[in-house]
Write a protein that binds this ligand. Structure first.
Ligand code: SOE
Length: 382
């Protein structure tokens, strides 16, 4: 009989419940525990989400039946909690960024390797079927040599001076905000789809709101819009609302990315255009089931998600027939299917198909170099 894998989720802000929902859509996985900052909140959230056990983090680690732990807490806790989970002999799925400092990420990569436990970082955007389609089409030569890459990731949930969240506080979020939070997804996806490596960066940051009005009570990511004009205190902001980064790639060609959390109307929009010698691919996360293929000698194409039109590998990430839209929640489900197949084997695969702690380290490295480049206002090598 197939063994049921038991999981725990740490943190119940915006992304913890997304992990929970994805896991509930995969057979033979049971989320049996939830952790929050204190027992009272853990019990309240466990009841709300229908999870049988509520623990503090340390108590949860002592439960022998828990096989996998999902770290969905604010960024500054990712390192210490991932480390503790690995030391407790459990598999770990960590939210991005893997840590807030490069040395910490390095340590986690080494520890995970030593333990042989399954380790994954939630770069879920890789699991849009169309993203895999672009990757596999590039691998089979349909893009040709890559001439340039232009990416952007725009949001508006921090548009107003009154929009506030823990991500605005460097002691919780790290020294970079827009780049670390959404630039990390975009850069991971860029390298993943193109197979190229970023070798040098030149960054320019902008903090549009130099001060913000912080609500006097805690609020969760994306829920700030629900607040009324209540009590606020004015606080200084020292992380970027917007950033532009010029990129050099290891094939000698160039690109750029722009990220912003203050672009009105752009809810959560990643857009990437990869220009090659045979064609041009464009994909946007707000229309994830469509892709534009630019041609010079023939008419341009518009590809829609349909397993019968996809490469075999990309079709493997599709659960529904053409015309039945899949989206953000499906990406985590598809990723966790691969992660939990490794968990069922009890160890990290030799060549994992899913994003690992090493990928988390790579993103942190690029992010640190971007911060350095902005500070120096100069090109910095990765
Ligand atoms: C908040 O900006 C955020 O939730 C990111 O942290 C996520 O990774 C991305 O899904 C969208 O926005």
């Amino acid at each position: 009989m197939t063994k049921t894998i038991k999981a725990a989720i740490v943190g119940t802000g915006f992304i913890g419940p997304a992990h929970l929902e994805a896991l509930r859509r995969i057979p033979n996985i049971e989320v049996i525990a939830l952790c929050e900052v204190n027992q009272e909140l853990a019990e309240e959230k466990a009841k709300l989400l229908g999870i049988p056990n509520a623990y503090t983090f340390d108590e949860m680690l002592k439960q022998p039946e828990i096989d996998v732990v999902h770290i969905c807490t604010p960024n500054f806790l990712h390192y210490s909690q991932s480390k503790a989970v690995l030391e407790a002999g459990k598999h770990v799925v960590c939210e991005k960024p893997l840590a807030t400092k490069i040395e910490e990420a390095e340590e986690l990569v080494a520890l995970a390797k030593e333990k042989g436990l399954v380790n994954a970082v939630h770069f879920n955007l890789r699991y849009y079927p169309m993203v895999r389609q672009m990757k596999t089409m590039r691998e089979s030569g349909e893009l040709g040599d890559i001439y340039s890459i232009m990416g952007s990731y725009l949001q508006d949930w921090l548009f107003l001076k009154t929009d506030y969240n823990w991500r605005l506080e460097p002691d919780k979020s790290g020294d970079s905000r827009a780049i670390a939070d959404i630039g990390s997804h975009l850069l991971d996806l860029t390298e993943y789809v193109t197979g190229l490596k970023v070798t040098e960066v030149m960054a320019d940051f902008s903090t549009v709101h130099k001060t913000r009005l912080k609500p006097l009570k805690a609020i969760e990511t994306y829920s700030g819009k629900m607040l009324t004009e209540s009590d606020y205190e004015e606080v200084d902001i020292n992380t970027e609302d917007h950033a532009t980064v010029l990129l050099r790639f290891d094939n000698g060609n160039k690109g750029s990315v722009t990220v912003s959390q203050v672009n009105a109307g752009r809810k959560n929009r990643l857009n990437i255009e990869i220009a090659g010698s045979k064609s041009n691919f464009e994909w946007c996360s707000e229309k994830p089931n469509e892709m534009w293929i630019g041609k010079r000698e023939t008419a341009n194409q518009h590809l829609m998600k349909d397993p019968s039109l996809f490469t075999q590998e990309a079709a493997g990430l599709i659960s529904f027939p053409g015309g039945h839209n899949e989206g953000f929640p499906d990406t985590s489900k598809q990723m966790f299917k691969e992660v939990y197949a490794a968990v069922a084997e009890g160890k990290q695969p030799e060549t994992p198909s899913f994003p690992t702690f090493e990928d988390g380290y790579r993103e942190l490295l690029i992010c640190e170099r971007i911060i350095e480049s902005n500070k120096k206002q100069a090109w910095v090598k990765i």
